[in-house]
Write a protein that binds this ligand. Structure first.
Ligand code: ATP
Ligand code: MG
Length: 427
């Protein structure tokens, strides 16, 4: 009878050892860069009240209308697997009084971990994926925009991700945003018959989102409207000009791109996205913007803020194609126990070696297998030599070393001499 095998859920993937090296590399890089920019880590729950996202992201966005993993739990509460990190960071910051701490009112935080969205699984789009995000609270001037963008830039350099393009735009203040929505609405309403049902729906609920539509008809209709930049209020325009001139002086390259609007309700003024063309249609690797009203919306005071979120799987996709991707790998040495009389001896050798060499991996083979198969196994994982422990070794208080490159000829050595030798060679 065929066994009924339970498989993982569609859109959720296992991360196996071959891929872990990329995640570790990413995790090392974010630790380093966050510390360079004096940004502190927060670890937040994966589950939140659904209300948090309805209130913050907005009820007309794809994330909330279609993509939320929400459930009614056993006590009847509506909860959901978090679709993004910003709302949770804001909730935690208000709840623990982080933003106003010690009267400083200026705080910088980062987070890293899985997010969940019920969208159609495809290349670069999963139902569980990871994001690294950074959020700055209490900073309203363009210096914080510059610093955050510089942090993203540093991180991409640390990751050796080349040719990422930074696209930026300004949505202006809330009135600017509304005014521009109306411009889009009026233009597309006039040609409503040429729109499909989905486009009509987006037009009614979130017209800005049509600016980044990939549909040729929509693109053509919107070709003749003024750009957001041209319609900004004086204050927002000056702010955006100042930001661009600072980026120019710092030689942070960017593209002023009118199609960057971000789907979420909470953004104002600066919005941006890093893209990497090698990824095809899911080419956004990091996205963010200013959200000066969100802290208030979630229940705190008026606190200006800006942040971004980076999609880890898309970065890893780039790393996999990077020829010069190298991680420092531990040296690995196989230890074979070929004695059935004294099984503890091999453990004591392993214990001593692990104490002495914290950065070397020692792989103990399956002592119930034959010597031949233990050797095969040890050679597969071994980098330098294989240690064999036989009854004779135990009697003579020594070890047998086999070096694959040296036709596996046996060399007898005491543990003390082996440690001395390894210290010379590997430290
Ligand atoms: P997209 O336009 O690709 O749907 P988004 O606007 O929904 O992106 P954000 O909410 O801004 O994405 O998330 C920030 C980053 O997280 C994206 O730029 C992307 O790199 C990554 N990301 C978003 N959704 C997914 C997903 N389903 N699978 C993998 N990565 C994702
Ligand atoms: Mg999306």
């Amino acid at each position: 009878m065929k066994k009924n095998i339970i498989k993982s859920i569609k859109g959720f993937k296992d991360i196996l050892p071959d891929e872990i090296k990329y995640y570790k590399f990413f995790e090392d890089a974010i630790g380093k860069i966050s510390s360079q920019f004096a940004v502190e880590e927060l670890r937040l729950p994966l589950i939140e009240k659904s209300d948090l996202f309805h209130r913050s992201i907005g009820d007309v966005t794809d994330i909330v209308t279609k993509e939320m993993y929400d459930f009614i739990d056993k006590s009847g509460a509506s909860i959901c697997l978090r679709p993004e990190g910003t709302a949770s960071v804001v909730r935690a910051a208000i709840e623990h009084n982080l933003i106003y701490d010690r009267g400083l009112k200026k705080q910088k935080y980062w987070y890293y971990g899985p997010m969940f969205r019920h969208e159609k699984p495809q290349k670069g789009r999963y139902r569980q994926f990871s994001q690294f995000g950074a959020e700055y609270f209490g900073f309203s001037d363009t210096n914080s925009d510059v610093e955050l963008l510089m942090m993203g830039d540093f991180l991409l350099k640390e990751l050796n991700v080349e040719n990422a393009k930074l696209h930026i735009n300004s949505l202006g203040n809330m009135e600017d945003k509304k005014r521009y929505e109306k411009i889009i609405f009026d233009h597309l309403s006039a040609k409503k018959n040429s729109l499909d049902e989905h486009q009509k729906d987006t037009l009614a609920k979130n017209p800005l989102r049509l600016l980044d539509s990939k549909n040729d008809n929509v693109k053509e209709i919107l070709l003749n409207i003024p750009t957001l930049y041209e319609t900004l209020s004086a204050l927002s325009k000056n702010r955006f000009d100042m930001l661009m001139s600072k980026l120019d002086s710092l030689k942070i390259n960017y593209i002023l791109d009118n199609t960057i609007v971000r789907g979420l309700d909470y953004y104002n003024d600066t919005v941006f996205e890093w893209r990497h063309e090698s990824l095809g249609s899911q080419n956004a690797i990091c996205a963010g913007g200013r959200y000066d009203n969100l802290v208030n919306i979630i229940g705190g005071d008026d606190v200006p803020a800006i942040g971004f979120a980076m999609g880890v799987e898309r970065i890893i996709e780039i790393l996999k194609f990077n020829d010069n991707f190298k991680v420092k790998k531990n040296i690995s040495i196989g230890i074979i126990n070929d004695s059935s009389e004294n099984e503890v001896y091999a453990h004591s050798i392993s214990k001593n070696l692990r104490y002495e060499f914290s950065s070397i991996s020692f792989y103990n083979t399956d002592s119930s297998a034959s010597l031949t198969s233990q050797l095969k196994n040890a050679i597969k994982i071994n980098d330098k030599f294989v240690i064999v422990i036989t009854d004779d070794n135990i009697k003579n208080k020594n070890l047998t070393i086999k070096i694959p490159e040296n036709q596996m000829t046996d060399t007898l050595i005491s543990l003390e001499d082996l440690i001395k030798y390894m210290r010379n060679q590997y430290e």
